[in-house]
Design a protein around this ligand. Structure first.
Ligand code: CP
Length: 361
């Protein structure tokens, strides 16, 4: 005969173990790169360049109240492991101009400081609702890892010594505005244009992205600098790239001159004689007036005035440096729109590029 307690137990309903669903979004293992990503200038087809530039024109001119409904309340994360002024601010302004919410994560004030990995940081941002991550990293290739592990659209805002593709696009927009060139982007849009990139080519992601993009549109790229900052192998980066060690000779061939900073943070013990460097490679008034009086002078920033460029040249009539910075916002609005799948359809009319002061072919 069962006791009272035993009787109650035998009549209790049997509890089945609960099944836990493992197919929630955070358990995704994406591995494929989102098509809205921009990781390298090498991924930019002519059509893509054309459509980004055209969209940048439209967004720049659009009424601000209309524009900020385009990505209203969408979530964009800025993940910056390295310092930045231009890129970070312009991406943030671009996202906000489209109505998106932005959140900034920098290495110094986040759990990255405690050792959290890029992968875990990306997964965390995605779990918090990020729909796109803009990444600057000191590590070449980091944007690929983030793209593969999160499945989100990733915009490369500069990765180590590898690439800075949005800088190349804003540089292209700046160049086109100054050359009397038909508006359509084709393989010959920059035919007959020589662009000299001078300075620390070896460490420069800007040089690499420009050298991958500009020859695709027909430009000839001249790399110029001393051997420790410009190894011969750099000419093999792509077609239409040559090396010229003599800056005066390079200037004499050029419609566009891009000056680069010596990246002290990446020199790793390499000793340079800075006085000799200035004598041979500085863009100063005498040199520019003698060899390239009509060339457009560019610099991605940050500049070290008095080293690779003098203040007279940086602030002079041939300088397009402030325009480069301004063009960053329009280009980055277009990139964020594409990343978030916003309505990127714009008029099929050719882009209207009004020639400005400076460079002529
Ligand atoms: N051109 C550029 O990348 O500048 P910042 O480092 O200030 O973003």
């Amino acid at each position: 005969m069962p006791t009272k307690t035993q009787h109650r137990k035998s009549q209790a309903p049997r509890l089945e173990p609960k099944t836990i669903s493992l197919s929630h979004p955070d358990s995704l293992h994406p591995n494929s790169i989102h098509p809205g990503s921009l990781l390298s200038a090498a991924d930019l087809s002519i059509d893509k360049v054309e459509s980004i530039l055209r969209l940048a024109d439209v967004l720049e001119k659009e009424d601000a109240l209309r524009r900020d409904k385009r990505l209203f309340k969408r979530r964009v994360s800025l993940l910056f492991y390295e310092s930045s002024t231009r890129t970070r601010t312009s991406f943030e302004l671009a996202a906000k101009a489209l109505g998106a919410d932005t959140s900034l994560v920098s290495a110094q004030s986040s759990s990255i400081e405690k050792g959290e990995s890029l992968k875990d940081t990306g997964i965390t941002l995605r779990a918090l609702g990020a729909e796109c991550i803009i990444l600057r990293s000191p590590y070449s290739g980091a944007p690929y890892l983030l793209a593969e592990t999160t499945g989100l659209p990733i915009l490369n805002a500069g990765d180590g010594m590898h690439e800075h593709p949005s800088q190349a696009l804003l540089d292209l927009r700046t160049i086109l505005a100054h050359l009397e060139i038909g508006a359509k982007i084709t393989e010959t849009t920059l035919k007959g244009v020589t662009v000299t990139i001078c300075g620390d080519i070896f460490h420069s992601r800007v040089a690499r992205s420009n050298a991958l993009l500009l020859p695709r549109l027909g430009a000839r790229v001249v790399f110029c600098g001393p051997t420790p900052l410009l190894p011969e192998i750099a000419a093999q980066l792509g077609p239409n790239i040559v090396i010229e060690r003599d800056f005066d000779r390079a200037l004499a061939q050029s419609q566009i001159v891009m000056m680069l900073r010596i990246q002290a943070e990446r020199l790793a013990g390499l000793a340079l004689d800075l006085e000799e460097y200035k004598a041979r490679y500085q863009a100063n008034v005498d040199r520019v007036a003698a060899y390239a009086p009509k060339a457009l002078v560019m610099h991605p920033g940050p500049m070290i005035r008095g080293l690779e460029i003098t203040s007279e040249v940086a602030d002079g009539r041939q300088s397009a440096i402030a325009e480069q910075v301004r063009n960053g916002v329009a280009i980055r609005m277009a990139l964020i729109m594409r990343a978030l799948g916003g309505d990127t359809k714009v008029s099929t009319k050719s882009r209207s590029v009004s020639p400005k002061k400076g460079a002529s072919r």
